[in-house]
Design a protein. Structure first.
Length: 248
C-alpha cells in the first residue's frame, strides 16, 4: 500500500520473495497495458507509458518483463482488455480510503472490493465521497546517500518545476503537480538520479492519528486484504498508523 514516509518499507518490498515480486510486476504490467491502450506502445510519444516504465524500474522490474508487457498490451503476444476504476469508502474508525484497480471484469472486482470493505468493518461509498480529502500529486523518493548534495538536489528539483522538497532522515521526498510530474521525473532521471518511488499518488490533505492498537490492527488487516487482491493497484488512506516492520 502507499505510504509517504516509510520508504524503507518500499526498499524492503523489493527484496522479498520471488512470488511477492511477481505480484508487484503483474500489477505494473496491467498499468503498462492501460498506458499502451491510451497512448500507444512507443514510450517516446507516450508520457504515461514513460512514467509507468520509470515506476517499473524503481520496483526493480527487469527490462525483459517491461518489453514483454508492452508487446502483450499492443497485441503482439495476445492481449486482455483492462480498465481503470476507482472505488471510495470508509474503513474502521471512519478512515477514508481510495482504492484504485485495473480489471478485466468490472462486476467481479466491484463485488470483491465491496466484500473487503464489509468484512473489514468498513463501508464502500459513492464516487466522490472521500476524494475531496485528497490531492493528486506526483511523488518522487530518492534515497539519501553520501554522494547526493541536499541543497543541489533541492535546487535542481525546484528548477525543474517541483512543488515541494521534503528531506527525511534516509530519503528525499519531492512533490509535484500531476501535470508537472513527467517533466520533473525525466529531468531528474537525466541528471543521473535513481528512484525508490516515482508515481502519481493521492495524498491526504490531513491525516488521522490512530493510537489504539486494536483499531490500527483492523485497518492494517483491511489494507492487507486489498493488497492481496490481484485487481487492486493502489490504496490510499488518511490514517497515520503506528510504525511497524510490516507497514507498507
Amino acid at each position: 500500500m502507499s505510504g509517504h514516509s516509510k520508504w524503507a518499507n518500499i526498499k524492503n518490498k523489493k527484496e522479498k520473495t520471488d512470488s511477492q515480486r511477481g505480484k508487484i510486476f503483474t500489477k505494473i504490467g496491467r498499468e503498462i497495458a492501460i498506458a499502451v491502450k491510451e497512448g500507444g506502445p512507443d514510450p517516446i510519444n507516450n508520457s504515461k507509458l514513460r512514467d509507468v516504465i520509470a515506476k517499473a524500474k524503481a520496483s526493480n522490474m527487469p527490462n525483459d518483463n517491461i518489453t514483454r508487457s508492452i508487446k502483450k498490451a499492443s497485441g503482439e503476444l495476445g492481449s486482455v482488455n483492462y480498465e481503470e476504476i476507482t472505488y471510495e469508502g470508509y474503513g474502521p474508525g471512519g478512515t477514508a480510503l481510495i482504492v484504485e484497480v485495473v480489471t478485466d471484469n468490472r462486476n467481479r472486482t466491484a463485488a470483491d472490493i465491496r466484500h473487503i470493505f464489509d468484512k473489514s468493518g468498513g463501508q464502500m461509498g459513492a464516487s466522490g465521497c472521500v476524494a475531496w480529502m485528497f490531492d493528486r500529486k506526483g511523488v518522487i523518493a530518492i534515497e539519501r546517500t553520501a554522494n547526493i548534495d541536499e541543497d543541489e538536489l533541492m535546487m535542481q528539483a525546484l528548477d525543474l518545476g517541483a512543488e515541494d522538497f521534503n528531506p527525511q532522515e534516509d530519503v528525499f521526498e519531492i512533490y509535484t503537480t500531476s501535470n508537472d510530474f513527467s517533466v520533473v521525473r525525466e529531468g531528474l532521471e537525466k541528471l543521473g538520479y535513481s528512484f525508490l518511488n516515482a508515481a502519481i499518488e493521492m495524498i491526504p490533505q490531513n491525516t488521522v492519528d490512530v493510537s489504539d492498537e486494536e483499531l490500527a490492527g483492523k485497518i492494517e488487516r483491511m489494507l492487507e486484504r486489498f493488497d492481496d487482491n490481484d485487481d487492486v493497484q493502489d490504496v490510499y488512506h488518511n490514517a497515520n498508523l503506528p510504525e511497524s516492520d510490516e507497514d507498507d
